[in-house]
Design a protein around this ligand. Structure first.
Ligand code: GLY
Ligand code: MN
Length: 481
């Protein structure tokens, strides 16, 4: 377990944390050379005009370094690591500033050897000639793919085929179990996210634009010197699961779905969704659907503990949802049979949650090894195919729990015309809800030795808590609340 006390004391022991993480991965990999590539700045239209930079999370985990254009080689047989960085030329110093020296970067990461970035290939080539395996993780950006292809003198297809399975498995194993220091970071991120959500509830009024609320959320994160952990979903069209637009106008009677989170100072994510009434008061039918989503969410949190698979939590949550939807006349028949057939996915077409850590969908770049392990293939069934975490839960996992009920007009129309799951779905009743929108409630939990713990502050969630938060006035200070 990483020592949280020395970790937080002005970061004194951070080099030791990264050194230990690298020691562990080198020992488990055993031989060959491990190539770690940091991310590069991505140009919007020319080199000097770039998108906001975010370090590769694996690189961040093993070095703590958030600067662009870094690389590291780890040598399992000698137990050594070399950090590679470019010394800035005068043009770079003039335009971007001098930055931290390579020696300072290496000290912060606990790395003893440094070299110029242009020397990286000179270390890889002899290793390749000696027939030593070069381990690397799958590159998710074209620029990283291009860099690895150049270093290994291979085509992108060969690079894709040559990713190191053992490195993927061991990194996934190591990063899946969070240390106390990491949990502290996630909870720190959640303290800012709490403010983002409370401010959004207090500020929303009929006549506002979604963009005003998404701007407010972003301003709170930026004023704390934080990035957001993903593009926020701030919309009155909650049934569009990852709605990327903020052009909608808020109207009385509508629901606003806010799925947003800040990062911690060290880049850890938070991922919270709340859905609240634009006018501050839920209508009776909104209360009915909200109550169901809330019950499913609370029951799923209760079920999450070591040993249970997240697929079983997902399935149990779906069954509870069907039981409740039957009482509203939207579904019929046996809940277990309905869930097995996938009928509930008309209303809940995604999974109950996913891993979270340095990435909001933690390590999703490594594929299903993270959420499914080696043996279990992911289901192809509609709905279930979006379950990102299925395997048995272990102490130290951090997950989201995020059920939702959505009325997606195009999907309802498609299924109704195809007579899909007619024994389980009461389409004439569903028609009455076609313009309802969607509700999702999402929290972040830590799996403990005996159950789970809700992370971060309590963000308004019950109907009275949400209505109370909506009725507050935004205070004059900045950032709000
Ligand atoms: N916060 C977006 C998602 O979990 O997909
Ligand atoms: Mn999520």
């Amino acid at each position: 377990m990483e020592n949280i006390v020395s970790h937080t004391a002005a970061g004194h022991n951070r080099p030791e944390i990264y050194r230990k993480r690298r020691d562990r991965i080198r020992e488990t990999i055993g031989d060959g050379v491990i190539l770690w590539l940091g991310n590069s700045l991505q140009p919007r239209n020319y080199e000097g005009n770039t998108y906001p930079f975010r370090q590769n999370s694996h690189f961040l985990y093993y070095t703590g370094l958030s600067e662009p254009d870094l690389a590291m080689l780890s040598f399992p047989d000698s137990g050594k690591d070399i950090l590679f960085a470019a010394s800035p030329d005068m043009d770079t110093v003039i335009w971007n500033g001098p930055g931290r020296s390579i020696a300072d970067l290496a000290w912060d990461a606990g790395i003893d050897a440094v070299e110029e970035l242009k020397q990286l290939g000179n270390h890889i080539e002899p290793a390749g000639k000696q027939g030593r395996m070069i381990h690397y993780l799958p590159p998710y950006s074209a620029s990283s793919m291009y860099r690895i292809a150049g270093l290994l003198k291979a085509s992108p297809d060969e690079i894709k085929a040559g990713v190191s399975q053992i490195l993927m498995e061991e990194v996934s194993k190591q990063r899946s179990v969070k240390s106390e220091a990491e949990i502290e970071q996630i909870e720190e991120a959640l303290s800012v996210t709490d403010r983002m959500h409370r401010a959004c509830m207090a500020a929303a009024r009929p006549g506002m634009r979604e963009s005003e609320l998404s701007g407010l959320i972003q301003a709170i994160a930026l004023s704390k010197d934080r990035q957001q952990s993903y593009n926020p979903i701030v919309t009155v069209r909650g049934e569009v699961l990852h709605n990327n637009s903020y052009e909608g106008m808020l109207q009385g009677g509508q629901l606003l779905l806010n799925d947003s989170g800040a990062e911690s100072p060290m880049g850890y994510a938070s991922d919270i969704t709340r859905t609240f009434p634009v006018s501050g008061r839920f209508t009776d039918i909104q209360k009915e659907i909200y109550r169901i989503v809330l019950r499913v969410q609370l029951d799923a949190v209760d079920l999450a503990k070591p040993g249970i698979t997240y697929r079983d939590v997902h399935t149990a949550a779906c069954r509870i949802m069907v039981e409740e939807l039957r009482t509203l006349g939207l579904m019929k028949g046996d809940p277990s049979e309905a869930v097995e057939a996938g009928a509930h996915a008309l209303f809940f077409p995604h999974g109950i949650g996913h891993m979270m850590g340095l990435d909001v969908h933690d390590m999703e770049d490594l594929g299903d090894i993270v959420g499914y392990g080696k043996k279990e293939p992911r289901s192809g069934q509609f709905g279930l195919k979006y379950l990102r975490l299925s395997r048995p839960l272990e102490p130290g996992f951090v997950l989201t729990v995020e059920p939702g009920i959505y009325f997606i007009p195009a999907l309802i129309e498609r299924w109704r015309s195809e007579k899909q799951h007619e024994v389980f779905i009461n389409y004439s009743r569903v028609e009455e809800f076609v313009s309802f929108g969607g509700i999702r409630i999402e929290d972040n939990i830590l799996i403990t030795s005996s159950g789970s713990r809700l992370l971060g502050p309590k963000i308004p969630k019950t109907i009275p808590e949400v209505e109370e938060a909506c009725s507050r006035e935004l205070r004059g200070e900045w950032p709000p609340m």
